[in-house]
Design a protein around this ligand. Structure first.
Ligand SMILES: [Zn+2]
Length: 410
């Protein structure tokens, strides 16, 4: 019988969260002294749980427990232990420590799985000082480019040098560390970072998709003119046009969301020219951040937006900046998570992750799924981020049950 130690899990959360910059809780930036101390503590905890610890070439910490059937690929679980500046106490570490709790429970009960088990602390998941996020899991999947490895932080250190400094081997990262099929399944527990579960009063979320993200440049052009001397009927006011565009973005996203896909769209960056109090704006450049659980939505949104914006004589152009496609969770992993929650008598629903995760990259190595637990008011990446001991415990039990079931079925 596998028993997750609820008190120990909570104590681990408090301990690992406590490795923070004292002046700005809760801050544990990747490659910082606090991060280093935390990871040293984690490695010792892995060893104590009976895991053989190694660093891979991306300096991901891997704790491995042997399986009984030779030749089977590992079941992989984990998350990350870095935070954003002044972040929270649960993002990332909840997944790593729930995975550790499972490994500890296997050790305590003398259980050997058919598959090897790997608990991974992926290096630097949050946007790093190098301008790259999900560094460890990108490298895992062979998606960390030479250009990214050459990027520097404000001190001038390259990402490659930083990876080497924390024990990695950046020269080995030109090749994927794992390929499709190298992972029997990847399951990651994470706080939801939204309010869907809290509003529904459900302890467990089964993630169906991790949103794709498309960034688009929106440019409205008019004519810069004197704000006093130009009559209202003789203006080509680009900013007044941009206001219509922003409203149309919001209206369109509201209309598309939930039918059936998760859709959010944000104009969060705008630059106005000439940007003067006494000038009619001649040109406005904006960036649209579009996220959806469907690649079709990402593709179709710009054209729909264009048809909904009647800007008269103003110019309006939409141009793509970047696209990261939707990650689909594997149906067999989703089913295993839902069945595990059912067996434990825990309510659940499917939902789409609006944030990126290491799971996006792990999905390139094998069938992947995510378990979400509620977090208070959906607040995350802030010091107020909070999940209860009960919510963590429920999530950890579902993670354990899911991995046990997948060990039998895969
Ligand atoms: Zn996270």
């Amino acid at each position: 019988m596998i028993e997750i130690d609820r008190e120990r899990l909570w104590r681990d959360i408090e301990t690992l969260a406590g490795f923070t910059r004292p002046d700005t809780p809760w801050t544990r930036r990747a490659f910082s002294p606090e991060y280093d101390t935390a990871r040293r503590w984690l490695k010792a905890a892995f060893v104590e749980a009976g895991l053989a610890v190694e660093l891979d070439a991306a300096a991901n910490i891997i704790g491995r427990r042997a399986g009984s059937e030779p030749g089977l690929p590992p079941l992989v679980t984990g998350s990350h232990t870095d935070t954003v500046p002044a972040g929270g106490r649960f993002d990332g570490i909840a997944g790593v420590l729930a995975s550790l709790a499972f490994a500890r429970a296997l050790e305590a009960s003398g259980t050997t799985l058919r598959h090897p088990l790997e608990v991974i602390d992926f290096l630097s998941e949050e946007p790093s000082d190098f301008g790259v996020s999900s560094i460890g899991s990108r490298a895992f999947a062979g998606k960390l480019s030479a250009e990214q490895l050459a990027m520097t932080d404000p001190s001038g250190e390259t990402l490659a040098a930083a990876i080497a400094r924390v024990g990695g081997a950046p020269a080995a990262l030109a090749e994927p560390l794992r390929r499709m099929g190298d992972t029997a399944a990847y399951v990651e527990l994470h706080i939801e970072q939204g309010r869907v579960l809290e509003r529904a009063a459900l302890p467990i979320g089964v993630v169906d998709h991790i949103v794709g993200i498309r960034r688009l440049s929106l440019v409205v052009t008019g004519r810069a003119d004197h704000a006093g001397a130009t009559p209202m009927d003789a203006r080509f006011d680009a900013l007044a046009g941009a206001a219509k565009v922003i409203t149309a973005v919001e209206t369109l996203a509201n209309a598309m969301n939930g039918k059936p896909h998760y859709v959010v769209a944000t104009v969060g960056k705008i630059s106005v020219s000439p940007n003067a109090a006494n000038a009619v704006a001649g040109r406005v450049e904006m960036i649209l951040d579009l996220r959806a659980g469907s690649n079709d939505v990402l593709t179709d949104f710009p054209e729909l937006l264009m048809t909904r914006c009647d800007l008269g004589a103003l110019g309006f152009e939409i141009a793509p900046i970047s696209t990261a496609p939707v990650t689909d969770c594997a149906p067999e992993v989703m089913a295993a998570i839902a069945a595990a929650a059912d067996r434990l008598g825990l309510g659940h629903r499917t939902l789409t992750s609006g944030a990126g995760h290491d799971a996006v990259n792990a999905a390139f190595t094998g069938p992947t799924g995510m378990i979400f637990i509620p977090c208070r008011e959906g607040r995350s990446h802030v010091p107020e981020e909070w999940s209860t001991p009960e919510q963590l415990y429920d999530g950890a039990r579902v993670l354990a049950e899911t991995l046990l079931a997948l060990d039998q079925s895969l």
